[in-house]
Design a binder for this molecule. Sequence first.
Ligand code: AMP
Ligand code: ZN
Length: 460
Amino acid sequence: MTESNLKLFDTMERKITPFFAINKKEVGLYACGPTVYDYAHIGNLRTYIFVDTLKRTLTLNGYKVNHVMNITDVGHLVSDADSGEDKMEKGARKQQKSAWEIATFFEKAFLVDLQRLNISKPSTLCRATEHIDEQIQFIQALEEKGFTYQTGDGIYFDTTKLTHYGALARLNQQGLEAGIRVAMAEKKSHTDFALWKLSGNRERQMEWKSPWGMGFPGWHIECSAMAEKYLGEVFDIHVGGEDHIPVHHTNEIAQCQAKNGRIQAKYWLHGYFLQLNNEKVSKSGHSLRLDSLIQQGFEALAYRYLTLTCHYRSHLNFTWEGLKAAQTALHRLRNKVSELPEGGSVNDRYKTEFISYMNHDLNTPKALALIWKVINSNLQPANIKSTLMFFDSILGLELDKQAQLSIPDEVYQLVELRQQLKSQQNYAQADKTRLKIQRLGFDVNDSADGTSTIIPYTGG
Ligand code: AMP
Ligand code: ZN
C-alpha cells in the first residue's frame, strides 16, 4: 500500500485519516449513481461535484482513478427500507411512458448536467438492468452461505446472521429507529432487506426470470455486484450522499461481508445534503433542477462555484442570493484571468498551500479563498495566471473561458425600460432600474452613441 499526503474523512473510522491506496498507481472509486425516474436535482448534482473534486484531488496526488458509477434503472423502491412501489415503474406510470423510455431519457439528461458542470465522466457507467445475471449469482452465493430467507414477496438478507451489521452507521440506534417506521411484513428483523423481489400478481414492465421466480433485484445488490465486477472484491473508495449511510451502504457492506468475508471498500466518503429553506432537496419534495438555474440566467459553473464555497461535509442551504454572489465572483475571476498575460510559471509557495488545503479532506472553501489571495498578491501577472490555472485544474471552474452571458428576458426588459427613462430624462428612475439589473447579476455599459451593452455585474 502506498501513502500520499492526502487525508480524507472516513465515515467508518469517523475521523480524518491518511489515505493509503491499495495499488501504487491506480485508485478504484465506486460512486453510487442516480435513480433515473426523474431529472437529477441540484442536491444530487452537489454530490457528483464532490465526487469529481475527490477524483481531481486523487489525480493531483499522482493516482490514475478507475471510477465506476452505476445507473439505478430498476429496484429502488419508494421507501429505502423496501416498501412501496419501484420508483421506475411509478415514474413511468406518472409520465405515461415505459420504464425503459424514462430510464434512457433521464440518464441522458443526467449526463448533460454532468457535462455542464464540468464533471468528468466515469471510466465505467453501468446499468442495473444490464447486470441481472451478476446480481442473481451474488444472491445465490449469499444463499449458499446461509444468509438469506424467502418470504411470500422475495428473498431477504438476514441481518442477524452478521455480527457487525450496521457498523458504518452505528445502527443500533439510528437503523432500528428507521426500521420501526416501516411495516415489517414477513421480514424477520426490521433491518433485513430485499435481495430479490418477486413480481407476484403485480403487473411489471421490468422483470426477469430467476431461480426464485419472475421478479427484479433489490436496490442494494446492484452496487455490490457491479462494484465487484469492475473493481474486484476490495477496492479503495466508495462514495455517495449522506442518506446512504444508514441503509444503502450499510446493506452493501453486509452483503459483501457475508459473501467475501471482507468490507469491500477501504474508505467510505459521504457528501452532505443540499437544502432549500433548510429542508433537504429531494426529487419527490422540495426540488430544483440545474435547468431552472440556467433559465434564470446563471451559468452551470456558478453553481459549481457555489458548492465549492462550502465543505462537502457541511449542509449547504441554497439561496438565489448565494448563487448570484457565486456568479458574480466567477465573472470577476474570468475577467481578471482574461487580462493576465500567458507564459508564466506556477508559484511554488501558493501551489503547496493549495495542495495542503485540498489534501486536508478536500477543503475547497480555503482553496477558493486562496484564488483571491493570489490575485491580490504581488506576483508577476503571468505567474498569477499560471498559478490560477493550476488551481483551476482541480476546481474545474474554467477560469480561462470568456464569461458567456446567458441573459434572462427580465434583464433585456429592464435595459429597455432604462433606455426609455433616460430618453425621458427621468434619471432617478433610470438609476433605480440599473440597480435592479445589477441585482440580477448584470450591468450596462453605456457608449457615446447612446447604445448600451449588457455585461456581467462585477460589484463595486
Ligand atoms: P438518487 O438519484 O436519489 O439515487 O441520488 C443520487 C445521489 O444524490 C445519491 O448519492 C444521493 O445520496 C445524493 N443525494 C440525494 N439527495 C441529495 C441532496 N439533497 N443533497 C446532496 N446529495 C443528495
Ligand atoms: Zn450504491
